[in-house]
Design a protein around this ligand. Structure first.
Ligand code: SF4
Ligand SMILES: [Zn+2]
Length: 123
């Protein structure tokens, strides 16, 4: 069972729990375990660190003073994610271009391997 810590009483609770069993704080929106409800800590607003506030795509009435929000996406986290994605992509590109450059070598290796298999199976 995955656990998260309750934003209010900091007890470990099941990550699927809709309300905190210790302090009854609502943890999920609309009573649905699939929708996490994000909460701002005491003297800040969620919008200040939200991607949708930064790129001005949010049209929630509670913006920019949302204390809790279902759509909140942390801007630092999403930046990190896209960076990781980029790193991942460039790794893929590197592999692809290496394969392209060494196509002849790979072909030769493949042939040698096939010969080896044939030689082994007939001996
Ligand atoms: S999605 Fe929520 S937290 Fe983000 S800007 Fe809109 S109201 Fe604020
Ligand atoms: Zn709690």
């Amino acid at each position: 069972m995955a656990t998260v810590s309750c934003p209010r009483c900091h007890q470990a609770v099941d990550s699927q729990a809709i309300t905190c069993p210790y302090c009854r704080t609502t943890l999920k929106a609309f009573g649905h375990p699939g929708i996490p409800l994000h909460r701002a800590s005491k003297d800040e607003y969620l919008c200040d660190s939200c991607t949708y506030h930064a790129d001005d795509t949010c049209n929630f009435p509670q913006r920019p003073y949302a204390k809790d929000c279902t759509l909140y996406q942390n801007i630092e986290e999403s930046k990190l994610q896209s960076q990781q994605q980029l790193a991942h992509q460039s790794f893929g590109v590197t592999v692809k271009s290496w394969v392209k450059r060494n196509q002849g070598l790979l072909l030769l290796l493949g042939l040698v391997l096939i010969c080896l298999v044939i030689a082994l199976s007939t001996s």
